[in-house]
Write a protein that binds this ligand. Structure first.
Ligand code: MN
Length: 154
């Protein structure tokens, strides 16, 4: 394969779509709780150790509450929302950068009137996310702001 075959430019289009990038389900349906969220795999090349994805949730949508050994590096690209980072709830908006360390509970929610979209960089080889046990969820909910976030009441 010639070097030139690797070169590519995929143009951005209104609605946060890119040339030749398919709109994928966020996760397998029923595998974990989530709502109104899509996934696009922007960069995934065996010569890179990482992948870059674009996730977008409609107003009221949310990602799975989970934790894992691998990290996430996130840049919000559109909208506003809230994210759970460990035992803290933070408001986030376009162009904010969010680091999610290993084994940190995290979840994103589109709490504004519009969609929340973000880039997320991860290791190409990574462990499977863990969901909270009932006890772990109860511990998280002890903080009133976290409980309000989890209930979609922020
Ligand atoms: Mn995650």
């Amino acid at each position: 394969m010639a070097v030139d075959d690797l070169a590519n430019l995929r143009a951005f289009h209104e609605g946060f779509r890119w040339d030749e990038i398919g709109l994928l389900p966020y996760k397998e349906e029923g595998s974990a709780p989530f709502k109104a969220i899509s996934r696009q795999l922007l960069f995934a090349d065996p010569r890179l150790a990482s992948e870059l994805r674009y996730f977008e949730m409609a107003a009221g949508g949310y990602s799975t509450l989970e934790r894992h050994q691998h990290m996430h590096a996130v840049m919000i690209l559109r909208g506003v929302g809230h994210c759970l980072l460990g035992d803290e709830v933070r408001a986030c908006k376009a162009y904010d950068l969010i680091t999610i360390p290993p084994w940190t509970w995290h979840q994103f929610r589109a709490t504004g009137k519009e969609a929340l979209g973000f880039l997320c960089m991860v290791n190409a080889e990574r462990d499977k996310p863990q969901l909270p046990s009932d006890d772990e969820l109860a511990a998280l909910r002890k903080a009133p702001r976290v409980a309000a976030f989890l209930d979609g009441n922020l």
